[in-house]
Design a binder for this molecule. Structure first.
Ligand code: GLU
Length: 500
């Protein structure tokens, strides 16, 4: 069998939506599982929709996710160029070949003529489509004489080239996810495949490039399923049927709270990003946050995305990229849309957070205003208590600085009459332990509480309030060990003063 080659083929029309990243991910997993190549091709034939910065965004996003393509406009490759605008010269010959073989034709209908037809159809409660039912009556090379056609072409009249979709046929192909698909050609229109500006449209360019780049598997979003029969016809008409890739159309990613495709608006409405990285719209200047900026780990983000449409068939949910590669298969990708769940996304991040070491987290936070070793210790203490690593310094601020205020509610509820004397006693108890570490502090504390027949809770909360200013947090004696003897005792004394 030939080497597996898959491609992710976005159009640079804006930032990559997480649905696009999921498509890239499944392509990547499939390629790596089968020892194949993962290719990025930029489909920029429609210059009117080109958005500045979108191509770099796609490449940066894939790199952040760890899904770096083997071939791309950034790194090149043997099958380049990887931007369709740079392959422009290669498409015309195939459009011409299709005309010569009778599978395509020139159409000279002007926009005004087509609009008039559309209106006329609408008036009759029908929808106009340029197809086998009416092409013999329209302004094209099927109805014009050879002289008329030559004259129009040599005068430089605007035209498009349309694929001649045969009438009354079934186009059949197998979709790896959906099984056998069969489409009646009478429901298809004669799509434009080439324009007089010398640019192919998506359909022709996509098929020509998949063939030229030796793509073996097309794995793409469900929205392209209606185009697949047309692509099958193109392979047949170009004589490339034997090299036709297999098709897999991935299920949609749905809104968390209703029917329909997940959109940026849903993210804005419900407070979660739909883009992997921050995107600044070059026209409006509007900034949309990304998963990266929200504080997600790329591996958690990728793990979460993998489950939007695929499942391993077991209870396991946490998968490293290596494990995903090993477990992934297209036959475990579902047909039904996958509901996006922002809470689940956060849970994935939390699981990854818990599994990372303190120093990994400190490195990820990457804030040099903190002492690295101290931050590492704090991360170890706080990682069970936050969703995002970046929240650790703030959630554990008392590791770095003494509290300047004390949680009022907690003080009202838990700071009792006896509290000042308990804290005063414990200043000398803790001051007297041989080594100021959490075990010794805990033993001394327990002994003091028992000897004085005190409630465990009241003493513990009193110390915690003076040390941290709040009522909850990681093990109090660990906190004291980390901030050290001098700081602990001084905070306790200050607490007595302030709280009285
Ligand atoms: N350029 C298309 C897109 O923007 C590619 C579809 C395909 O993969 O064939 O998604």
């Amino acid at each position: 069998m030939s080497k597996v080659r898959v491609r992710f083929a976005p159009s640079p029309t804006g930032p990559l939506h997480i649905g696009g990243v999921r498509t890239a991910l499944y392509n990547y997993l499939y390629a790596k599982k089968h020892g194949g190549d993962f290719i990025l091709r930029i489909e920029d034939t429609d210059q009117t929709r080109f958005v500045e910065g979108a191509e770099d965004y796609v490449l940066d996003a894939l790199e952040w996710c760890g899904l770096t393509p083997d071939e791309s406009p950034r790194v090149g490759g043997e099958y380049g160029p990887y931007r369709q605008s740079e392959r422009k010269a290669s498409y015309a010959q195939f459009a011409e070949q299709l005309i010569a073989s009778g599978n395509a034709y020139y159409a000279f209908d002007t926009l005004d003529e087509l609009n008039a037809l559309r209106k006329q159809y609408e008036a009759e409660k029908k929808t106009f489509s340029y197809d086998s039912s009416n092409r013999d009556t329209l302004n094209n090379s099927l109805t014009l004489s050879k002289d008329e056609i030559d004259a129009k072409l040599s005068e430089g009249e605007n035209y498009v080239i349309r694929l001649l979709v045969p009438a009354n046929e079934e186009v059949k192909f197998t979709d790896e996810i959906r099984g056998s698909v069969s489409v009646q050609t009478n429901t298809m229109d004669d799509k434009v495949i080439f324009k007089s500006d010398g640019m192919p449209t998506y359909h022709l360019a996509n098929v020509v490039d998949d063939y030229a780049m030796k793509i073996t598997h097309v794995i793409r979003g469900e929205e392209w399923l209606p185009s697949a029969p047309l692509h099958v016809l193109l392979y047949r008409f170009l004589g490339w049927e034997d090299a036709m890739p297999s098709f897999s159309h991935l299920p949609l990613i749905l809104k968390p709270d209703g029917p329909g495709k997940l959109s940026k608006r849903d993210g804005d409405r419900l407070g979660f990003p739909v883009f992997p990285l921050e995107w600044k719209d070059p026209k409006s200047g509007d900034i949309s946050t990304g998963y990266k900026e929200e504080g997600y780990f790329p591996d958690a983000f990728v793990n979460m995305l993998a489950f939007l449409g695929w499942n391993p068939g077991t209870e396991q949910e946490i998968f490293s990229i290596k494990e995903l590669i090993a477990a992934f298969s297209l036959d475990r990708v579902g047909k039904a849309g996958a509901k996006f769940d922002p809470d689940k996304a956060r849970l994935f991040n939390q699981e990854y957070l818990k599994a990372k070491s303190g120093s990994q987290l400190a490195e990820f936070i990457g804030d040099s205003s903190f002492d690295f070793n101290l931050l590492t210790l704090v991360c170890n203490q706080m990682k069970e208590r936050v969703t995002f690593a970046k929240d650790i310094p703030n959630a554990g601020s008392y590791f770095f600085t003494a509290p300047t205020s004390y949680d009022e509610k907690m003080v009202k509820k838990k700071w009792k009459e006896k509290s000042p004397s308990i804290v005063t006693d414990l200043v000398s108890v803790f001051g007297g332990v041989a080594a100021f570490n959490s075990e010794a502090l805990e033993i001394a504390f327990k002994k003091y509480v028992e000897d004085n027949e005190l409630g465990f809770g009241i003493a513990m909360v009193a110390i915690r309030l003076t040390i941290t200013g709040v009522g909850g947090g990681p093990n109090l004696f660990e906190i004291m060990e980390i901030i050290g003897k001098e700081e602990s005792l001084s905070r306790m004394k200050k607490g007595i003063e302030v709280l009285g």
